[in-house]
Design a protein around this ligand. Structure first.
Ligand code: LLP
Length: 872
């Protein structure tokens, strides 16, 4: 065989293979149509290969069985199965808005005739079995072709049996040549020429082919992947895309290990190994043909077409040794053979293996010692009933002592150069202290190590091995996000600190329905946050920056917790005074920026703390501050924070007196007769490194050498809160240690902080009812009752807020949406590319972490009132 005549990179062909689930719903078919259009837009020629509707292959098998059981005429049961098969297709046709074609009607009829024939004859040949089983794909592709044509695509339906030809295999029995055939896949220039019509989309069947006599043959269960691969090789395709119901290959089965990571890139051999050792995403046989011609293989999920998926190529991912997957195969039977005579004896293994061959059993793993040999029999490759095993035992018993052990599980660690990482697996291997290991093998290709243990222990072991060998590794080019991160808010909540709103779900849904848009704040969380800050060591004053949220009830709650208030305008100060008439004036800190003279005059008369953050007030109106205590805001020279717009120090920011103006400041202070009792700095908002407050503390305390009256150092606010899943907020314990150390070094100084976001962000959520849904091009939109008029942060800073569908919190999130509001600007988006469960009008969405700078920055833009506020 020669290499492909054209290199994949230059080829116009792309083969798209869709599995059973992928072709069984309208939503998926819409995605398929979008993918096809995308590929056409890329200038490619798509060839679709797809499976039967999900469950139909099983139904066909059932049809064969019950037809055989019928006597002479098709019995009721067989009729019922046949009706179900037909109805499934009619239902999908209706949902897709297409009428079953004449060909499809013909197929239904023929299938009934064949079933009746089987009933009459009372037997079914392998040849006929293959013909019946092939109907699933033949029927489904008729519907697929009709739907794509209804979408305006130029579609041509092709019978795969005219393209894929089974190979004659030596030693193949009749059964396997009809039901588990392999095909020739050399580049087929004639096919490429025949299909060269521009713009046409070809659609054909997976799973089926034909043999030399023109009989229908099958490629074995899961054979559709292999069909895709054969088509790709024959066409010399640019790539093969396998679309299934999981978005790629994972480092473990995500359904049992939710922390399984997406494997972004693999080599063919690794993918083959993972597929062969138990993962169900790809059929192991499909890799060889694309590997041989260097055709990249992509794995994607049809229901979430935007997720990145896995790409399998020659160079794959990392060259470094790395465990990439932990897989499990169950229902393994071990046969252990023991004999003292084996030592140095010639031909024992040959004799023993001959017995397995005679019984038609294929051996998977082997391990030998001087006195024993243990082999495993994989159920996927063997039909192991009791009588087969008994017969095997009898014959082996003539050679040695035999023991059958099972059911077992084979747990494999898979990855390149696995031998090189054995030493790192120390922790993982300790697990086996409690487990009896029956067999350990290390594959000759250095791609896997397998442990065979009792089946009951298998799953537990997989998840522990996965924790040790993969989960704690940091994400890289190969290891992508976890399944939990990609899907399912339910699981998210479990790994993240469980958010309060999970427990208040029903109340929130009612509130969302009642008001259609509402900010809801949780008193318990507000209180807990205030208490946590009050408990910080080294800190004597916590001044809440009420610009984040000035709801009067929140101010009252914080006052009860002993917090002071940081205000940036006269109106904010007056709001605090009005809300809390009994509040000690020394608990109000006024930090205006570029405010007019009058505001300072007013401020200093109120008996509140006033901060100057420019030289101008001291230069231009020194008399205002004569004999007064003031704070000075210092620009420490560097800004920090989640976005440029919220970094409030450094040359590009308008805040604070820069360090190079300290001499002038000292002079002006003296000249004005003011007393500097406090120094302040706030470098920005949404800061995660505790280092920030340490260096602010160092800078400010050093300045107390110049300003001898300073008693208070205010380190500012800015404590970041996690906005994305898995992100860590500022660690309060670490923050506390920094503050305590600073205080210990300067016991004469009083330390203050003035956070806003930290106290309120997580305590608040924005609820918004779904108004409309639409799909436009590739993008699906969920419209909700409020948008940037309530929460402008995504539009202004590209800020991320988690969004969940509260109404359907328990459903798997499988669709990607842009969540948008009703405001007349394209920027009116609350979240892009968000995974949500299938969502409907009237559902209540929850936009998380909206307690800070949400309502506070809202507007009546478009004369739409922002969401109302409720405390619970
Ligand atoms: N102190 C001063 C002097 C401030 O300017 C600010 C916030 C704070 C304290 C409180 O910062 P916090 O702890 O909340 O991070 N609208 C932006 C945030 C702007 C913050 C402005 N200054 C946002 O939504 O992210």
């Amino acid at each position: 065989m020669t290499m492909a005549d054209s290199t994949p990179a230059a080829s116009p062909w792309v083969v798209l293979k869709f599995g059973g689930t992928s072709v069984s719903s309208v939503a998926n078919w819409k995605n398929i149509a979008a993918v096809v259009r995308d590929r056409l837009a890329e200038g490619l020629r798509p060839v679709i290969v797809h499976s039967a509707l999900s469950g139909i292959t099983d139904r066909l098998e059932q049809l064969l069985a019950v037809s055989l059981d019928s006597h002479n005429t098709l019995g009721n049961e067989a009729q019922a199965v046949m009706n179900q098969i037909e109805q499934r297709h009619r239902d999908l046709a209706r949902d897709l808005g297409v009428t079953p074609s004449q060909d499809l009607e013909e197929q239904f009829k023929r299938l009934r005739q064949i079933a009746a024939g089987i009933a009459l004859v009372g037997e079914v040949s392998e040849r006929l079995r293959a013909r019946v089983m092939a109907q699933g794909e033949l029927m489904a592709t008729r519907l697929g072709a009709a739907f794509l044509a209804s979408q305006g695509l130029d579609v041509q339906w092709v019978d795969a049996r005219t393209v894929l030809k089974a190979e004659q295999r030596r030693n193949a029995n009749l059964r396997s040549s009809y039901l588990s055939a392999t095909c020739n896949y050399e580049p087929d220039l004639e096919l490429q020429r025949r299909w060269s019509t521009q713009g046409t989309v070809f659609i054909s069947q997976g799973f089926i082919a034909s043999d030399e006599q023109g009989d229908t043959v099958l490629l074995g269960r899961g054979g559709s992947d292999t069909s895709g691969s054969y088509f790709a090789a024959k066409l010399g395709a640019r790539r093969l895309e396998i679309w299934t119901d999981v978005p790629g290959m994972f480092s473990a089965n995500p359904r049992s290990v939710p922390t399984a990571r997406l494997l972004r890139a693999l080599e063919y051999d690794e993918a083959q190994e993972i597929a062969s050792s138990g993962a169900k995403v790809l059929h192991p046989r499909c890799i060889m043909p694309v590997k041989q011609y260097g055709i990249p293989l992509y794995v994607y999920a049809t229901q979430t077409p935007k997720l990145e998926g896995t790409v399998i190529t020659t160079h794959g991912g990392n060259v470094a040794a790395q465990v990439k997957a932990v897989t499990i195969k169950k229902n393994i039977t071990l046969v252990s053979m023991e004999t003292v005579g084996m030592w140095h004896s010639v031909g024992f293994l040959a004799d023993a293996f001959q017995v397995f061959k005679d019984h038609g059993l294929s051996i998977d793993l082997v391990s030998t010692s001087e006195t024993s040999v243990t082999v495993s029999l994989d159920p996927a490759a063997n039909t192991l009933d009791k009588s087969t095993l008994d017969a095997l035992m009898v014959d082996l018993g003539k050679l040695c002592r035999v023991e059958v052990i099972g059911p077992c599980a084979a747990v494999s660690l898979v990855g390149r150069n696995i031998r090189a990482i054995l030493h790192r697996l120390g922790d993982a291997l300790e697990l086996f202290e409690e487990q009896k290991i029956y067999l350990v093998t290390q594959a000759a290709n250095d791609l896997n190590i397998t442990f065979v243990i009792d089946e009951g222990q298998g799953d537990r072991l997989v998840s522990r091995l996965h924790d040790i060998a993969i989960q704690k590794m940091t994400a890289d080019r190969v290891l992508g996000p976890t399944w939990e991160e990609l899907y399912g808010p339910k699981d998210k909540a479990a790994i993240d600190l469980k958010q309060w709103w999970h427990d208040r779900r029903n109340d929130l849904i009612s509130l969302g329905r009642e008001h259609s848009a509402a900010f809801v704040y949780d008193r318990a969380t507000l209180t807990a946050k205030a208490k946590a800050l009050r408990a910080l060591p080294g800190i004597e004053g916590v001044f809440y920056a009420l610009k984040a949220n000035w709801h009067p009830d929140i101010l009252k709650l914080f006052a009860e917790q002993g917090l002071g208030f940081e205000c940036v305008s006269r109106a904010e100060v007056e709001h605090v005074m009005k809300t809390l008439p009994k509040l000690d004036r020394q608990k109000i800190l006024f930090t205006p920026n570029f405010a007019p003279r009058a505001e300072y005059e007013w401020g200093v008369q109120q008996g509140i703390w006033v901060t100057l953050d420019n030289l101008h007030p001291l230069k231009a109106w020194p008399e205002v501050f004569k004999g007064r205590d003031v704070f000075i805001r210092i620009d420490t020279g560097y800004g920090r924070g989640h976005h440029d717009k919220v970094r409030t120090a450094g040359v590009h920011s308008k805040f604070g007196v820069p360090l190079f103006e300290m001499d002038e400041l000292e002079r002006l202070v003296k000249a004005s007769g003011a007393r500097v009792v406090g120094l302040h700095a706030h470098t920005g908002s949404g800061v995660f490194t505790v280092d920030n407050w340490k260096s602010v503390g160092d800078t400010l305390t050093a300045l107390t050498q110049r300003f001898k009256d300073v008693r208070i150092v205010d380190l500012g606010g800015g404590l970041g809160v996690p906005e994305r899943l898995g992100q860590q907020g500022v660690q309060l314990s670490e923050f506390g240690e920094t503050l305590a150390a600073l205080k210990a070094a300067h016991p004469q100084l009083t330390l203050w902080i003035e956070p806003g976001r930290y106290l309120v962000a997580e305590a608040g959520v924005l609820l918004a009812q779904v108004t409309q849904l639409k799909g436009k091009g590739e993008v699906n939109y969920v419209g909700v009752a409020t948008g940037m008029n309530s929460l402008i942060r995504p539009a202004l800073y590209g800020a991320h807020h988690e969004i969940v569908n509260l109404t359907r919190l328990d459903d798997l999130a499988t669709e990607v949406f842009n969540v948008v509001g009703p405001i007349c600007e394209s920027g009116d988006q609350l979240g892009n590319d968000r995974l949500l469960p299938p969502t409907q009008e009237g559902d209540v969405l929850l936009i998380a972490t909206a307690g800070a700078y949400g309502r506070a920055m809202s507007s009546t833009y478009n004369l739409r009132e922002p969401a109302i506020e409720v405390l619970i």
